[in-house]
Design a protein around this ligand. Structure first.
Ligand SMILES: [Zn+2]
Length: 240
């Protein structure tokens, strides 16, 4: 078992040992990681060792994703020592050969780059043409990389954002200057609501997790997309 924790006091060390025993006792010993700084007596987040993450990332890097693109820059390692981050994180400032700006640029691991581009070309732009008659030129990134538990709840499972394997999108800007934000899901004009619903629904073919305003109170103003593995085979798509 790996344990990452900062500022370990004797009391923290005792909690550590106890957690180790408890985790081993419930059958997850050997591959559990407790990460981050403690807050309120709990570890900041929990995470397991999942070999598929580095395998998928290495295969993606070997395929040449991100090479030679002026809109994709490599970043230095993220944080650490921690389970968070990626082998080689990228800073992505535009999609679709530079025609759609990501603002601010998103920090993503390799497999997210082709996924987000496919999402823009195959999901967002057809929906934009259908409901607005023009394409999207700018997308507001509400969040990308962040070493934190899901929904910022201390002690929770490490968010896919911690692996740079997720992106939150809040606003779309169209070629004619109009804008639509996810918080218009319920109260926006009819064509904006139809656009947002179509994007949400069709995103599910590309990402394995899609969360929108119907998911919970945390997603009232943005879509969350990630490439987590759900289910025994890792192929289940969780879309709410
Ligand atoms: Zn998110």
């Amino acid at each position: 078992m790996y344990v990452y924790q900062k500022n370990v006091s004797p009391l923290n060390a005792m909690v550590f040992v106890l957690m180790t025993v408890l985790l081993a006792g419930c059958g997850s010993g050997g591959n559990s990681i407790i990460g981050g700084e403690k807050s309120g007596g709990k570890p900041h987040f929990k995470a397991k060792h999942e070999p598929w993450r580095s395998k998928a990332e290495t295969a993606c890097l070997q395929s040449g994703v991100g090479r030679g693109s002026p809109w994709i820059a490599t970043r230095s390692a993220l944080g650490g020592p921690s389970v968070c981050g990626a082998i080689r994180p990228f800073k992505v400032s535009a999609l679709s050969s530079g025609s759609v700006r990501l603002s601010p640029p998103a920090t993503l691991r390799c497999p997210m780059i082709p996924a987000v581009n496919r999402w823009m070309n195959d999901v967002v732009q057809p929906a934009a043409r259908r409901h607005f008659g023009v394409v999207v030129t700018d997308v507001k990134v509400a969040a990308s990389y962040g070493c934190r538990p899901r929904n910022n709840k201390p002690g929770g499972k490490l968010s896919e954002h911690g692996f740079a394997n997720a992106i939150d999108i809040s606003t779309f800007t169209f070629a004619d200057g109009r804008k639509t934000s996810v918080d218009q899901w319920r109260r926006g004009p009819k064509h904006a609501r139809a656009f947002l619903r179509e994007v949400h629904k069709r995103s599910c073919k590309i990402f394995t997790t899609v969360l929108g305003p119907n998911a919970d109170k945390y997603h009232y103003d943005h879509f969350h997309f990630d490439l987590a593995r759900h289910g025994k085979r890792g192929t289940y798509h969780y879309c709410r």
